[in-house]
Design a protein around this ligand. Structure first.
Ligand SMILES: Nc1ncnc2c1ncn2[C@@H]1O[C@H](COP(=O)(O)OP(=O)(O)OP(=O)(O)O)[C@@H](O)[C@H]1O
Ligand SMILES: [Mg+2]
Length: 243
């Protein structure tokens, strides 16, 4: 469902932030991408929906080669892919419900977007998504009144409201304490399990990656140096990645 072939990214034309990466991701996989700071995790993730342009290689989503797609064609592709960021990416002054409805923007006209016109079924979808992350009682709360963990759960609900096939999450728990991180990771796991959602998640906490992700991909200087199950990730590989 996601296929990256000989993918490279370079910002300055010299150093390769992503260096000849080959990766096949099947539907329903929960992948943790680990690696030290600057190893290329964010660059790799953002290349999947072309927020970052690759220098070489191919990006294939659901058998569709999107490598050379321009903005207009990308709209349809990006609809299939929910993005979640470390800083939650919410509109702080809007309510939880309004934020979750933002997940529908990829389906709407410019005018509907500006006027905030959503259908009954979209409201129902947003409420269901909030129920999924256990926030149904916060629906009319302003986003800035929520804790970090709750904000990240809102951004998961927003991604669910988009009805994507894939969720890409860039360090979604990096701003959270370990207890809250686990609560948020439990929701990712639930979404992965219940909806068979494909999730690719950048995470610097190796223990959390091991605990939650079914497959771990490790990057070092833009290259994949490990790709396997949590159990196969031994100290020798960890030393290579982090030391
Ligand atoms: N927009 C950019 N312009 C120029 N260089 C960039 C840009 N984004 C990333 N880089 C460089 O690309 C390399 C990979 O960075 P990237 O952000 O992908 O790593 P990362 O693994 O996500 O790091 P972190 O764990 O700190 O988030 C680094 O050398 C970084 O300095
Ligand atoms: Mg990063």
């Amino acid at each position: 469902m996601i296929k990256l072939e000989n993918l490279s990214v370079s910002y300055d034309g010299e150093y390769f932030a992503v260096n000849n990466v080959n990766l096949n991701i099947q539907k329903g996989e929960f992948i943790g991408v680990i690696g030290s700071s600057g190893s290329g995790k964010s660059s790799l993730l953002k290349t999947i929906n072309k927020l970052v342009e690759p220098k070489t290689g191919k990006i294939i989503i659901d058998d569709e080669d999107i490598t050379s797609y321009e903005e207009k064609k990308l709209r349809g592709v990006r609809r299939k892919i929910g993005m979640i960021f470390q800083d939650y990416n919410l509109i702080e002054r809007s309510t939880v419900l309004e934020n979750v409805l933002m997940g529908r923007l990829g389906y709407k006209s410019k005018l509907d977007t500006i006027l905030g016109r959503f259908t009954e079924s979209e409201y129902a979808l947003a409420e269901k998504a909030l129920k999924n992350v256990g926030l149904e009682d916060k629906i009319f709360e302003r986003a800035d009144n929520l804790s970090g963990g709750q904000k990240q759960r809102v951004s998961i609900a927003k991604a669910l409201c988009q009805q994507p096939k894939i969720i890409l999450a860039d360090e979604p728990v990096a701003s959270l304490d370990i207890q809250t991180s686990k609560v948020v990771m439990d929701y990712f796991k639930m979404v992965n399990f219940k909806k068979n959602m494909t999730i690719v998640l950048n995470i610097h906490d190796v223990n959390l990656a091991r605990e939650y992700c079914s497959r771990i991909v490790a990057l070092h200087k833009g290259k994949i140096v490990f790709d396997g199950s949590a159990g196969e990730l031994d100290d020798e590989i960890l030393e290579r990645i982090y030391l």
